[in-house]
Design a protein. Structure first.
Ligand SMILES: Cc1ncc(COP(=O)(O)O)c(C=O)c1O
Ligand SMILES: [Zn+2]
Length: 445
């Protein structure tokens, strides 16, 4: 056992607490969500400088399990888990992409994209899933009767769950909305031998089903309403700050659907702030697709109330969610971080992704939402061009080939594909090819 202590605690402040190895997702007294709460007093026994040095000494090593971007911060995540029971593929440690040419188009020279898609299953979901599956593995090894882990998903959560469960040899069950995820996302859990249920409903419908199924405590719920996921995801803030030599960025922009990730981002910054590693907090911008924008609507009325919606189809399929489970956590985070919520239309998100791709990215549609929101807020001068700004790229573009192909073929609904680039089909005639190249050089000037 380490000297540190963390428990599940009710977010409503009713005082309920549970150990992290208890099968519990909501407060048994008042029904609110739980969060992992760390004993900050114990963590303060190390100075800010000592924490920075400890984290820096582990980053990029092969030392088990600290070479992982998540487990390099183990004491701040799940301090008391046995290292032998951790299920890790050394996730995290993703690069920050300096968006040099894209930023220059908007007069920004300090614009960065955090490439969370450069990860084992191609999305930021690996960050949280290593933590959740590790805790489950620890419980199983201690003799707990857990038959399987289960989640509802818009594609990325299920891919991550299936992979980490397969790595640990734990059965997994995934509930997916039929025909609402990409081919690559569907194949991922199939390949990892998950039990894949394709349901004739949307994500919110899958979420209702998995909540029922996991009332049986031998099937463990792996959605982000389980705050163990959030603990892993929060390391992203710590990692990004570390990548800038422990300097806080000014603004972070993140796409949101079920809204767990934005509170994770906030939690990471808050913990660094409380422990003295940073002395100010960044501004957080939450980006939603206009077709799935319940939090944007709530923001527009000053968060006075929140009404779930039935989302419309969006190219940003992973955030096509109308009844986000973690909405209360998200609102709390946005209030604390001078938050902005902005939306992007189908046309805006697709063209933003395509324009960024022309400067070297391969952006998924959710990253497109965040980039489009950045462009709007810079145009409206609600964000400053001078600020160090990080856009969180949540998934790899290669998972969304239908989106890319559709864009360049000009077949996407409600999108004027202004940057489409089609292959030139022609005979292998060198003279004609030279003429074609001249035309292209002229067109691209
Ligand atoms: C690629 C991608 N981006 C963004 C999100 C949104 O994250 P959250 O549901 O935590 O808001 C998800 C997951 O739902 C996702 O898969
Ligand atoms: Zn409670």
């Amino acid at each position: 056992m380490s000297e540190y202590r963390a428990v599940f605690r009710c977010i409503a402040g009713c005082g309920e607490e549970y150990p992290l190895d208890e099968v519990v997702y909501e407060c048994r007294k008042c029904g609110n969500l739980l969060e992992v709460s760390h004993d900050i007093g114990l963590l303060k026994r190390r100075s800010a400088r000592e924490w920075r040095e400890l984290f820096d000494s582990r980053t990029g090593t092969t030392e088990w399990p600290y070479g992982s971007g998540i487990w390099s911060k183990k004491e701040w995540v799940v301090p008391n888990i046995d290292n032998d029971n951790i299920v890790s593929m050394f996730e995290g440690n993703t690069n920050l992409f300096w968006a040099k040419r894209f930023g220059a188009m908007y007069g920004m020279d300090d614009l960065w994209i955090k490439m969370c898609g450069n990860s084992h299953t191609g999305s930021f979901k690996d960050l949280g899933m290593t933590v959740l599956v590790s805790v489950v593995n620890d419980m199983i090894r201690r003799g707990r009767n857990i038959k399987a882990v289960a989640c509802a998903s818009t594609g990325d959560t299920s891919a991550a769950l299936a992979a980490f469960a397969a790595y640990a040899g734990i059965p997994s069950i995934v509930f997916l909305p039929a025909n609402k995820i990409s081919t690559a996302q569907l194949v991922q859990p199939m390949a990892n031998n998950a039990i894949v249920l394709s349901l004739d409903t949307d994500f919110d419908g899958c979420m209702r089903v998995v909540r029922e199924i996991t009332k049986d405590n031998t099937i463990y719920l792996a959605n982000s309403m389980n705050s163990l996921r959030i603990e892993g995801q929060k390391t992203i803030s710590i990692e990004m700050t570390q990548q800038f030599n422990w300097e806080v960025p000014d603004v972070v922009i993140i796409p949101g659907g079920n809204l767990g990730n934005v509170s994770a981002l906030g939690n990471g910054f808050k913990m660094m702030y409380d422990l003295g590693l940073i002395t100010r907090k960044p501004r957080i911008v939450l980006a939603q697709a206009e077709n799935a924008n319940p939090l944007y609507l709530s923001y527009k009325n000053g968060f006075r109330d929140f009404t779930p919606i039935t989302p419309q189809k969006t190219l940003a399929s992973a955030i096509q969610i109308g009844d986000p489970v973690s909405v209360q956590k998200a609102i709390r985070t946005l209030k604390e971080f001078d938050g902005i919520v902005e939306q992007a239309s189908e046309d805006e998100l697709a063209n933003a992704a395509a324009l960024a791709d022309r400067t070297g990215t391969y952006s998924c549609p959710h990253t497109g939402v965040a980039l489009a929101v950045l462009m709007k807020l810079i145009d409206r001068q609600e964000l400053s061009k001078k600020d160090r700004t990080i856009v969180i790229s949540t998934a790899h573009g290669l998972k969304f080939s239908e989106f890319k192909v559709g864009y360049h073929e000009g077949t996407l609904k409600d999108v004027d594909c202004r940057y489409a680039n089609r292959p030139i089909a022609m005979a292998p005639d060198v003279g004609k090819i030279k003429e074609a190249l001249e035309r292209e050089f002229a067109a691209r000037k």
